[in-house]
Write a protein that binds this ligand. Structure first.
Ligand SMILES: Nc1ncnc2c1ncn2[C@@H]1O[C@H](COP(=O)(O)OP(=O)(O)OP(=O)(O)O)[C@@H](O)[C@H]1O
Ligand SMILES: O=C(O)[C@H](O)COP(=O)(O)O
Length: 403
């Protein structure tokens, strides 16, 4: 078992650099979901109770995307959860940040600007390369210790995840510790009956390794969302094309076509694909169409009800169900039916269930599911499924290697 120091091992009254992950859905510049904030607030609250000074480091979105915004609003949300001031600093490792860090006193919390605005944070590189970045070299000397709490980003070999533990005393925060322990326990379980995985969402790069690596654990994969459409396209159907300028489909098709076609060929008996899809008609209403009636001129935004019912039956008949990624654009309630139907079936049975995905976990709140109806809800997406598939996460490895 991987072992790392946790915040239980910290002496009180230290100056701490704490990497959290409050990356959230953002619309028109505003954060739409506070689940990750609530979880990290637990770690920060404990650190404050032990009289530490806390500087938070976090990211939001990726350069070039609409969700790549400042963390100013995030500081307010965090302060609400903590019921304690969180001062936002509009700089990450320049003079303004260093001045704010200099002023930091025990019991204070500051949030530094989006770390992905800093040179050196991206791209993914080896930890020793990341340790040499200006970001790490500059901030490391300002603190007594680094706390790695960003479990949802623990699969990314970025400077703020793997660089600091190379050069600083490092500890896991509560989110890192709890999510790691919970997924590890799931991996060790065996189930008396079929195991089903519902895979949707937008990221083929997260889904493809799961399909390959969970081959002997999962008996059936129910596919939907953008990923499901890409598989349908690999099977020769007229879906999975960029028709609304999103660059969600065609780029992923170019990058992953060979894998999609190969997996479809080799795992056909385990893959369940949509047999109908839903779209917005000219009157703005949800309309469903069977696969024979699809056209590449139209965006599909959800699986149809025949597919949703079939997936719900498979889930209800399972000993365990894992969910990653939504089956449709659930943020629009016209296209939430697929995801909500399947989650309702899972909630209504007593199978073991894990719901993961930073966006997907939002469905629970938006559609008023009771979290207790699921065995576990992870705030992570890519990290959760990689860990479930037995991959080691670089962010965990970095904390474990810390002397
Ligand atoms: N057909 C579709 N077209 C466009 N977007 C879709 C479609 N189906 C699902 N989505 C979108 O997929 C998103 C969830 O996918 P994502 O890959 O971000 O999954 P996640 O695992 O929940 O999150 P993360 O990996 O970021 O933690 C939702 O916001 C939903 O709107
Ligand atoms: O939301 C996530 O999955 C993590 O914060 C990682 O974000 P990324 O996929 O942009 O690296």
């Amino acid at each position: 078992m991987t072992t790392f120091q946790t915040i239980d091992d910290l002496e009180s009254g230290r100056r701490l650099l704490v990497r959290i992950d409050v990356n959230a859905a953002v619309e028109d510049g505003t954060v739409q979901d506070d689940r990750r904030f609530a979880r990290h607030a637990e770690t920060i609250r404990e650190l404050l109770a032990d009289d530490h000074a806390v500087a938070l480091l976090a990211h939001q979105g990726r350069p070039g995307r609409e969700t790549f915004v400042s963390l100013e609003g995030h500081a307010d949300i965090l302060a609400d959860h903590l019921d304690h001031p969180v001062a936002f600093v509009a700089d990450t490792c320049g003079d303004e940040a260093l001045a704010a860090i200099d002023d930091l006193e025990l019991g204070d919390v500051i949030l530094l600007e989006n770390v992905r605005m800093c040179d050196g944070e991206l791209p993914e590189e080896e930890p020793d390369v990341k340790a040499e970045t200006d970001l790490v070299r500059t901030l490391a000397r300002e603190f007594d210790a680094y706390i790695g709490d960003a479990y949802p980003a623990a699969h990314r070999s970025h400077a703020s995840i793997v660089g600091f533990p190379q050069v600083m005393d490092a500890y896991a925060g509560r989110v890192m510790e709890q999510e790691y322990t919970a997924i590890r326990a799931v991996r060790e379980r065996t189930f008396d009956g079929p195991v089903t995985m519902v895979l949707g969402g937008t990221k083929a790069e997260d889904t493809i390794p799961i399909l390959e690596r969970l081959d002997d654990t999962v008996d059936r994969f129910c596919l939907g969302g953008v990923v499901g459409e890409l598989f349908l396209r690999a099977g020769g159907h007229d879906v999975g094309y960029d028709v609304a300028g999103t660059a969600l489909f065609d780029h992923q098709w170019e990058d992953h076509r060979t894998d999609l076609e190969r997996i479809l060929e080799t795992s056909r008996d385990r893959l369940f694909l949509p047999t109908d899809l839903a779209y917005e008609d000219d009157a703005g209403k949800r309309t469903e169409v069977s696969l024979e009636g699809t056209s590449k001129e139209r965006p599909f935004l959800d699986v149809g009800s025949e597919t949703a019912d079939r997936y719900a039956d498979l889930a209800a008949d399972s000993a365990a169900v894992f969910v990653k990624g939504a089956l449709g654009v659930f943020e629009d309630d016209r296209f939430a039916d697929g995801t909500v139907t399947v989650l309702s079936a899972i909630a209504d049975t007593d199978c073991f269930s894990v719901i993961g995905g930073g966006d997907t976990a939002r469905v629970i709140e938006l559609y008023e599911f009771d979290e207790d109806d699921f065995s576990q809800v992870s705030i992570a997406g890519g990290a959760y499924v990689r860990a479930l598939a037995g991959e080691s996460l670089v962010g965990i490895g970095a904390l474990a290697d810390n002397p």
